[in-house]
Design a protein around this ligand. Structure first.
Ligand code: SAM
Length: 282
């Protein structure tokens, strides 16, 4: 990996390529290569895997993924200013790094990769959440990826892993935990980034489940969960009134008291409720 070790520091790369961070692209760069290697390690054993990296920027995390032995890295970056810096990494990657200049929301990167595939990204929050929803709720399951290792605002990471009974528990927790096991594996202070954002960040590692944790039709489950949490302070018999005229019976059949609020309902209970719509009342 000596070629990688001989590359200039990321601060020098940013200066040489004029990569002043653009707010519009959510650019908060990681410049500490020890840190980017540590993040890459959270993705698991990369030696036999293809990696999809979204938003490589100047390439700190990309270097980490390559030095952790990734079989191949496909890096999708929207900002063309970053391409020169990324080409320098590709030149010493033994053909393992390919860079695409594109909006990650608009391309089918999975079609360009060979399983097993791990997704790793330090993305702006808005794009990250949208991609997360697509990765967790694709047309078919199992999805193209084996694991996702993604940076989020700490508060979003806490919503992803939240359990019933608290304010953080909601749609994102149900979506994330129904078909994967998410874990917060690292916390990062604002100073870890250049420029420093206002909030703390955290890395979440998602391991996919081969089949959903509890049986349910995804569309029905997500529709009910959205309705329930849209009016999270209301009792479920009121929040879900529009879902079915006999919603109270369905709630009871799923083991949920109609007077409970969404925050109290477990993933297993939401799945049981969804099944009353596809299997008839229990
Ligand atoms: N991975 C680098 C790091 O850790 O230093 C950069 C992280 S920075 C938070 C986010 C990166 O995502 C930027 O390089 C930005 O240009 C890129 N980006 C933003 N929106 C994107 C999109 N829709 N598709 C691909 N890349 C995007």
């Amino acid at each position: 990996m000596s070629g990688l070790d001989d590359l200039p520091s990321l601060a020098k790369v940013i200066a040489a390529h004029g990569l002043a961070a653009k707010k519009s692209l959510g650019q908060n760069f990681l410049l500490d290569l020890n840190l980017t290697e540590k993040i890459a390690r959270q993705a698991g054993d990369l030696t036999g895997s293809d990696v999809l990296e979204v938003g490589p920027g100047p390439g700190g995390l990309t270097r980490g993924l390559l030095s952790q032995g990734a079989r191949r890295v496909l890096a999708v970056e929207k900002d063309p200013r970053c391409l020169g810096a990324l080409a320098e990494i590709a030149a010493v990657s033994d053909g393992r790094l390919e860079v695409i200049n594109a909006d990650a929301l608009e391309i089918d990167a999975a079609a360009l990769l060979t399983p097993p595939i791990r997704v790793v990204a330090n993305l702006p929050y808005n794009v990250g959440t949208e991609l997360l929803v697509r990765w967790l709720d694709p047309g078919q399951w199992p999805p193209f990826w084996d694991s996702l290792t993604l940076m989020f605002q700490r508060e979003v990471a806490e919503r992803i892993v939240a359990q019933p009974g608290g304010k953080a528990y909601g749609r994102l927790a149900v979506l994330s935990q129904w078909r994967s096991t998410p874990r917060i594996v690292m916390s990062l202070p604002p100073e870890a980034f250049t420029p420093a954002p206002k909030v703390h960040s955290a890395v979440v590692h998602f391991t996919r489940l081969e089949a959903p944790r509890f049986p349910a039709d995804g569309k029905t489950l997500f529709r009910l969960v959205a309705m329930a949490f849209n009016q999270r302070r209301k009792m479920l018999r009121a929040a879900l009134k529009g879902a079915a005229p006999d919603i109270e019976d369905r709630l009871r059949a799923a083991g949920i008291a109609p007077t409970e609020r969404a925050e109290q309902v477990s993933l297993e209970q939401f799945c049981a409720l969804a099944r009353t719509f596809t299997e008839g009342k229990a």
